[in-house]
Design a protein around this ligand. Structure first.
Ligand code: KG4
Ligand code: ZN
Length: 334
């Protein structure tokens, strides 16, 4: 089954063609990161305007790069939410129009289920269950116990900022460009991550939730109070504090639930320090991350993979009414 995926939940306009939820035939993306980099974040109205300009060229590029036409597409999968309303509406309207013109089934995909599905892209072996999945991006930080591709239990989530948001806000405080994750990661390379001891929230408490607001405040006061503090040391120490908190919850969840493997997904899963820290702590339990960095951050291939998984699990019911909650069995996935 060949699926055209469309993702427009934030500032990226993306379309992709994926066969059987695994083989990525194309993964096109128009990004506006450079436009928002000086502003320190995304301006929703500007993002939606850019989506309108980009959506049809990006869909066209995805089909062209895959070497297919709409006749070769069996189904369309589109992000139904959550995200910026104006941006989402552009993708959903385009998907509905294309589906109607070409008489194709349309399935709505929860953005988080898309991230959870990114592990399947180009995978050569089947993921094993139960697994623990950390999905961490600019909008959410969720810890899942998954018993199948589309079923799971939410073990913990952030009580305030998302991990990616913590990277973005920390970067803004340090005068580094948006998005903060990659810029903090780059700045950290020349820094000493043990220079400043920043707080690890909820450590040792009986919860698998996350919290990053206190850490953000601690960075603010360190910048204010420490004379001659160097950006690389601050960035590295801040990055370590975020990654240590994420790693602490993952390791505890693995122990509690005897997980066979751990998945890191979402924009923050691109972080090299997070990957090395988790790998070091896991011992025999294997770690899977998306095969490419472009599968960690927002992309449409993951939406196509999620659409395929929903179709495989729930059959044509999943595509009957794309706004119905039947298309999302990870009930608490928001
Ligand atoms: O999944 P994503 O592309 O979009 C959302 O669904 O939000 O995630 C974007 C987030 C941003 O906050 C960005 O700073 C973060 O992912 N990010 C990273 C890295 N690359 C992107 N965070 C840490 N390290 C990275 N290398
Ligand atoms: Zn995302």
């Amino acid at each position: 089954m060949r699926i055209l995926g469309i993702e427009t939940s934030c500032d990226e306009t993306a379309a992709a063609v994926v066969e059987n939820g695994i083989k990525v035939e194309s993964n096109a993306i128009a990004t506006t990161k450079e436009i928002f980099s000086d502003l320190g974040g995304v301006v929703p109205e500007d993002a939606a305007r850019r989506q309108v300009e980009c959506i049809l060229p990006v869909v066209h590029t995805a089909l062209k790069e895959a070497g297919v036409s709409m006749d070769d597409i069996d189904m369309i999968a589109v992000t139904k939410g959550p995200g910026l309303l104006g941006s989402l509406l552009v993708g959903i309207s385009a998907a509905r129009t294309i589906a109607s013109i070409h008489n194709k089934p349309l399935i709505g995909v929860h953005h988080t289920l898309g991230h959870l599905s990114s592990i399947w892209l180009d995978a050569t072996t089947e993921p094993q269950f139960p697994c623990i999945t950390l999905s961490a991006s600019g909008g959410h930080t969720d810890l899942w116990l998954r018993t199948s591709h589309t079923e799971g239990e939410l073990l913990g989530k952030t009580r305030d900022d998302a991990a990616g948001e913590a990277f973005d806000k920390g970067a803004a405080m340090l005068g580094l460009p948006y998005p903060g994750g990659p810029s903090i990661s780059d700045a950290s390379q020349d820094g000493n991550e043990l220079k400043y001891k920043l707080p690890i929230a909820l450590k040792g408490e009986d919860t698998l939730d996350f919290s990053f607001s206190g850490l953000k405040t601690a960075l603010k006061y360190t910048i204010r109070d420490v004379e001659d503090a160097q950006v690389p040391d601050l960035a590295a120490s801040y990055q370590l504090a975020i990654c240590t908190q994420l790693c602490d919850r993952i390791v505890r969840a693995v122990k509690n639930h005897k997980a066979k493997e751990v998945h890191l997904v979402g924009g923050v899963s691109a972080n090299i320090r997070l990957r090395s820290l988790v790998e070091q702590e896991l011992g025999d339990v294997s770690l899977r991350v998306p095969k490419k960095i472009s599968y960690c951050t927002d992309n449409a291939a993951m939406i196509a993979a999620a659409g395929h998984a929903l179709y495989e699990t729930y059959g044509s019911d999943a595509a009957k009414d794309f706004v119905s909650s039947a298309t999302l069995r990870l009930e608490e996935c928001d």
